[in-house]
Design a protein. Structure first.
Length: 202
C-alpha cells in the first residue's frame, strides 16, 4: 500500500476520510458547499461530537462520485495529541477501508505538525499488514492500494515520508519472521534469511 501527500482533494475521490476537531473545520477543506451541507446535516442528526477517535460514517451523500465520508474526531485539545495518537487514527483509516482501492484524507488545518501528519500515514501502512501465507480460507487481503493525504506541505512531506516507508518495510519483515512456524523458520533457515539483509548494508 502507498501513502502519498497531495496539494488538494482529487475530484474523482469516492471515499473521503475527514479528521476534524469541530464542525466549523468543514469550511474550506476542498468539498463542495452542497456536500458540506449534507455532511453537516448528518452530523447534527446523529449527534456527532468530534470526540477523540469518535468515528461517523456517512453514506447518504448525493454525489455522482463521492460515495462515503468518514469523520474521525480529534477532540478539543489538538495541541495535546502526540504522534502515537495520529498513528492510531491512521490504522483506523486502513481498517475501515481494507476492501476499497483508494481513500482521500483531509486533516483539520489546526494540525500543522509535519511529523504528526507523517505518522498518520505511517499508521495507515502498518494497519495494512496481514500474514495469510498458510491460510486457505476465511481470510481477506487488504485491497487498499493508495491513501492520498491533502496538505499544503505535500512536497516536504513526500520527501520526509520515504523514511517511514523504509521503516514499515522493516517492521513487516520482522512480523513475517515472527509469524513463521518453527518447522519452517528453524535456526539455519532464519540465518539464511537474515544474510539476505546484507544487500541493505546490515
Amino acid at each position: 500500500m502507498k501513502v502519498k501527500f497531495v496539494s488538494k482533494l482529487n475530484k474523482m475521490s469516492e471515499i473521503v476520510f475527514l479528521i476534524l476537531s469541530k464542525k466549523n473545520a468543514l469550511k474550506n477543506i476542498g468539498l463542495s458547499e452542497k456536500n458540506i451541507k449534507e455532511i453537516t446535516k448528518s452530523i447534527e442528526n446523529k449527534g456527532y461530537g468530534f470526540k477523540l477517535n469518535e468515528i461517523i460514517e456517512i453514506n447518504s451523500i448525493k454525489d455522482s462520485k463521492l460515495k462515503t465520508v468518514y469523520i474521525c474526531g480529534l477532540g478539543s485539545k489538538i495541541k495535546d495529541l502526540n504522534a502515537l495518537d495520529f498513528e492510531k487514527i491512521g490504522g483506523r483509516i486502513t481498517e475501515l477501508n481494507k476492501l476499497k482501492a483508494k481513500v482521500s484524507v483531509i486533516i483539520d488545518k489546526e494540525v500543522n505538525d509535519n511529523e504528526n501528519i507523517m505518522r498518520l500515514g505511517y499508521g495507515s501502512i502498518l494497519g495494512s499488514y496481514s500474514f495469510n501465507k498458510y491460510k486457505t480460507k476465511n481470510f481477506t487481503d487488504c485491497k487498499l492500494s493508495l491513501i492520498e493525504i491533502v496538505s499544503n506541505n505535500y512536497i516536504k512531506l513526500n520527501k520526509g515520508f520515504n523514511r517511514y516507508t523504509s521503516i514499515s518495510d522493516g517492521v513487516f519483515y520482522a512480523r513475517d519472521l515472527v509469524n513463521e512456524p518453527s518447522n519452517v523458520l528453524f535456526p539455519k533457515a532464519y540465518a539464511q534469511r537474515i544474510q539476505k539483509l546484507r544487500q541493505y548494508g546490515l
